[in-house]
Design a protein around this ligand. Structure first.
Ligand SMILES: *[C@@H]1O[C@H](CO)[C@@H](O)[C@H](O)[C@H]1NC(C)=O
Ligand SMILES: *[C@@H]1O[C@H](CO)[C@@H](O)[C@H](O)[C@H]1NC(C)=O
Length: 281
């Protein structure tokens, strides 16, 4: 994965050069990729478009979404969660196939959600259903002290969650074992909101502010009507064989990380386990 990032880095540098040479704009500014979604007065973007802030207080949270829908890609954002200690506040970055402002119903969704501000990050996968595939992790840093990169690789072979380029979770395409795999166009959302199930909010500490940066990402956009049939093409870097499974070093890294830091795993309990648990390891 480090390889891709460095290629992307080069892309940015080349983009910057071409601005000088040909006045071709290459931007990773907020407006290029994202639009406000809800809670507008609680969303602010700096004039350069390089940082967005989402504010949560007792009146509202806020959220933004990608302008387009996608069928595969290498999605990421840099995020810093609120630095005031409380439960109940959720700070998120995720992909979802659910239409805006509707009850999601059965849908696909790939989540990073901070539960409260104590540094526990929960990942979840909705696989055209109600989800309940939570895996939660402690991080090896304080996510409220600085920006860190939260990334999701999605191709037709695997979905990988990476934090600062370290893979922490893989959801494989196990259709050979009869397991559903995300097949519909998804867009990105990021939001701050509150939920009783994530603990009690200490409102005396409000407002809670989440910060986002680094808005550019690489992905295959869906055609009008949500057709993603072209998004498996190997013209896209993230669909090439290198990305079909983790490299041995990455697998080791992930196993070590999960052994040390995973605090909840739906696969660990008979009552929450799902069929893919037998095949994702
Ligand atoms: C899952 O993998 C199978 C091949 O094993 C492939 O035919 C199918 O298109 C993949 N599903 C998705 C949604 O990418
Ligand atoms: C952090 O908060 C979450 C959600 O309230 C809770 O499940 C978890 O146990 C807490 N972790 C620590 C280290 O306090």
């Amino acid at each position: 994965m480090a390889f891709v990032i460095s290629i992307f880095g080069c892309g940015l540098v080349l983009g910057a050069l071409s601005i000088l040479q040909a006045k071709v704009a290459y931007s990773s500014s907020f407006d290029t990729y994202y639009s406000p979604l809800w809670g507008l007065p609680h969303l602010s973007v700096n004039p350069q478009g390089s940082e967005a802030q989402l504010q949560m207080d007792q009146s509202s949270g806020a959220g933004f979404r990608s302008k387009l829908d996608y069928g595969s890609g290498l999605f990421h954002i840099r995020m810093k969660i609120p630095n005031k200690r409380t439960g109940g506040i959720l700070t998120s970055f995720y992909l979802t196939s659910a239409p805006d402002n509707q009850e999601p119903g059965n849908h696909f969704e790939l989540d990073y959600e901070f539960l409260g501000t104590n540094g526990t990050v929960q990942t979840n996968v909705y696989n055209n259903d109600e989800g309940h595939r939570e895996q939660s992790f402690k991080l090896w840093f304080d996510p409220s002290a600085d920006f860190h990169t939260y990334e999701i690789l999605w191709n037709s072979h695997q979905i990988v969650f990476l934090v600062d380029r370290i893979p922490i979770r893989v959801f494989k395409n196990n259709s050979a074992h009869g397991i559903t795999y995300p097949s519909k166009a998804m867009h990105i959302e990021a939001s701050i909101w509150n939920a009783n199930w994530a603990g009690v909010v200490d409102w005396s500490q409000a407002p809670f502010i989440a910060y986002y940066q680094d808005f550019g990402f690489q992905a295959c956009s869906a055609q009008v009507g949500g057709d993603v049939s072209g998004c498996g093409s190997e013209q896209y870097l993230w669909n090439r064989q290198d990305y079909w499974e983790l490299k041995p070093g990455q697998k080791l890294e992930m196993e070590n990380y999960r052994r040390l830091y995973m605090s909840y795993d739906y696969c660990a309990y008979a009552s929450t386990r799902k069929p893919e648990c037998s095949f994702n390891v």
